[in-house]
Design a protein around this ligand. Structure first.
Ligand SMILES: Nc1ncnc2c1ncn2[C@@H]1O[C@H](COP(=O)(O)OP(=O)(O)OP(=O)(O)O)[C@@H](O)[C@H]1O
Ligand SMILES: CC(=O)C(=O)O
Ligand SMILES: [K+]
Ligand SMILES: [Mg+2]
Length: 596
């Protein structure tokens, strides 16, 4: 696989390099790399095609016609640049663009939950190289130190290897769940990399208790995190672990202890979610009064803000209020970095207040795991379709999550049904797909990611070939006249792009808003989104069809376009004759042109 990197020379060396000249770079390992010089601004940047193994080699020597250039070794190579004459794009997209051209870049974004099976630097790099756009950490599991280490590893990968993986922190929320299980791990738990789990047999009697136990806990007893549990359940209720992975009947209550008989045997994983049902529907009495964001969640949120995560996903959102509250909390604490708030739709209340919640949020997640424990399973697909559609209309990115490739936790290939499920989410044009246990604790994290990637590419291509760009009615969402103009421009630009079969849409956007408006239209061609800050660039990672670049640009569109053309041409990402449509935040116009 080839990779591209940027190399900087100290200003004293600038005169040594002539534009459009061929140079060679000799690395410490004596590899010869092809160098093409491109610009001669203050700091010269050169684009290099290099083999992956040698591209991170920092000691390089520049030669011209076989002789070393005078002066010191060319400055050490850096994969990520921030100077004004360069452009940053993640290395995976760049390779994809060069190898397959515009039409084949993946439009659907991929989120991977990081857990024991994927937290090592090498494993993270494999996932980043495999197309992970966002790494998700779930605060239900692991310590803050553990999560901090994952964040640091991802950051280091981004800096050193040119990836642009964003970080999403997912809160625990205050629904009812079991405690850690303790006990000796079984063979299966070892396979899954877990340190404890239990297989519950049919008819076994287990006690669910809110008491705090000193280890060792009494046999066949499980902790419950919610103090009101024993008061709220009634004899005769049905207790579901993880939305039905194991089921119990409540047979007796003794103070803080609730005795239950297993009616559907299965595997219990630590900290699994618990719901109880009466007369065929979910009981939501007292636990409905628990705050959406618990005191532990607030500490996790402070941690997320301090670490500068890109997204915070809020579990069990019930109303728009909590989202508004969190957004002002974040705004007061992190003035310069804007963290996007993602509402997880996984409760009956969130479905009731769907439009307001999504309107208040920066994006949403169809969290099918818990959702399927709160509404009958057969209602989950239509709920998913509705959430995806509302998000699209309100211009908020949406992630479809949970059990996409569940069998790949244990097996190297997915079931046909799983592939069909992934295809359906891609066909619905969700912005992103998410791996949970498959990447967090499964045996084949990178294989699962490969399946998501190849299914996305195939279904997207099929849809384009069938010319199925659906005519979704996109409502006017802006609050001002200027906003409405931007929306109309984007809708028209996307339509023109389809009709003229252009190769790419270019959008110059400081806040990312124009880019998201274009993404909402789901055009047939990719959208190159140029933005000035790395944090906006990382956030755009979650949106359908956007290829985010960091680039400093001015209000002068002609200058911006020429600069972009020359930088992208030099890196082999576009070529003369490509047809491009350009729009920007600064100028209310649509330009159509061939790359000179
Ligand atoms: N940081 C971690 N440490 C240990 N195990 C983890 C970690 N993150 C995830 N896992 C394991 O992977 C499984 C799937 O991860 P996921 O984040 O989807 O979990 P979940 O607890 O089922 O869902 P959620 O809290 O989002 O409703 C978890 O049940 C857990 O067993
Ligand atoms: C992802 C998540 O929280 C769920 O599916 O429940
Ligand atoms: K969670
Ligand atoms: Mg959940």
């Amino acid at each position: 696989m080839s990779q591209s990197l940027q190399l900087f020379t100290p200003s004293s060396n600038i005169t040594l390099l002539k534009p459009n000249n061929n140079y060679a770079l000799l690395t410490a390992s004596s590899r010869r790399l092809q160098v093409t010089t491109t610009t001669t601004t203050k700091q010269l940047s050169v684009a290099i095609r290099a083999s992956a193994s040698s591209s991170s080699d920092p000691k390089v020597l520049l030669t011209h016609n076989g002789t070393p250039e005078a002066g010191p070794h060319v400055a050490k190579s850096q994969l990520v640049s921030s100077d004004s004459s360069s452009i940053d794009v993640d290395s995976v997209t760049e390779v994809e663009l060069k190898e397959n051209g515009f039409r084949s870049t993946r439009r659907t974004k991929l989120v991977c939950t990081i857990g024991p099976a994927s937290c090592g630097s090498e494993q993270l790099e494999t996932l980043a190289g495999g197309g992970m756009n966002v790494a998700r950490i779930n605060m239900c599991h692991g310590t803050r130190e553990w999560h901090k280490q994952v964040i640091e590893r991802v950051r280091r990968l981004n800096e050193e290897k040119g990836y642009a993986v964003a970080i999403m922190m997912d809160t625990e929320g205050s629904e009812i769940h079991m405690g850690d299980l303790g006990g000796a791990p079984s063979a299966k738990a070892e396979i899954l990399g877990l340190n404890s789990e239990f297989t519950i047999q049919d008819g076994e009697i287990w006690t669910f208790s809110v008491r705090a136990f000193d280890a060792p806990r009494p046999e066949r007893t499980i902790n419950v995190n919610y103090d009101g549990f024993a008061e709220d359940v009634r004899v005769g209720d049905e207790l579901l672990v993880d939305g039905g992975m194991v089921r119990f009947d409540v047979i007796e209550k003794i103070g803080p202890d609730v005795k239950c008989r297993c009616t559907d045997p299965g595997l219990m994983l630590p900290r699994a979610n618990l719901t109880f049902w009466r007369d065929g529907s979910l009981v939501r009495e007292r636990n409905a009064m628990l705050p959406t964001i618990s005191s532990k969640d607030w500490l996790d949120i402070d941690f997320g803000i301090a670490e500068g995560v890109d997204f915070i996903a809020i579990s069990f959102v019930k109303s728009a209020e909590v989202i508004n509250h969190l957004k002002s909390y974040i705004a007061a604490r992190s003035r310069d970095s804007d963290i996007a708030v993602i509402a997880k739709i996984e409760s009956i209340d969130s479905l009731k207040n769907l439009e307001e919640i999504i309107q208040a949020s920066d994006g949403a997640m169809v969290a099918r795991g818990d959702l399927g424990a709160q509404i009958p399973l057969e209602q989950v697909p239509s709920a998913q379709q509705r959430i995806v559609q509302v998000c699209r209309q309100l211009n908020k990115p949406v992630i479809v999550a949970s059990q996409l490739l569940e069998s790949m936790i244990e097996y190297p290939t997915p079931t046909r049904a799983e592939v069909a499920d992934v295809s359906e989410a891609v066909r619905q044009r969700a912005d992103a797909l998410m791996l949970s246990g498959e990447s967090a604790m499964g045996q084949f994290p990178d294989k699962a990611l490969t399946v998501l990637r190849s299914v996305s590419l195939r279904i997207e291509k099929w849809w384009r070939e069938e010319k199925r760009h659906e005519a979704m009615e996109l409502p006017d969402i802006g609050s001002s006249f200027a906003d409405s103009i931007s929306e109309e421009i984007c809708i028209s630009a996307a339509k023109m792009a389809n009709n003229l079969e252009v190769d790419a849409i270019f959008v110059y956007t400081k806040t990312g808003h124009m880019a998201s408006l274009l993404s909402r239209c789901r055009p047939d061609c990719p959208i190159f989104a140029f933005t000035t800050t790395t944090s906006v660039r990382r956030r755009l990672n979650l949106q359908w069809g956007l290829i985010p670049f960091r680039l400093s640009f001015s209000d002068d569109m002609e200058y911006n376009l020429n600069k972009t053309f020359s930088l992208l041409k030099a890196r082999g990402m576009i070529k003369s004759g490509d047809l491009v449509i350009a729009v920007s935040d600064m100028l209310q116009s649509i330009q159509v042109m061939n790359v000179p």
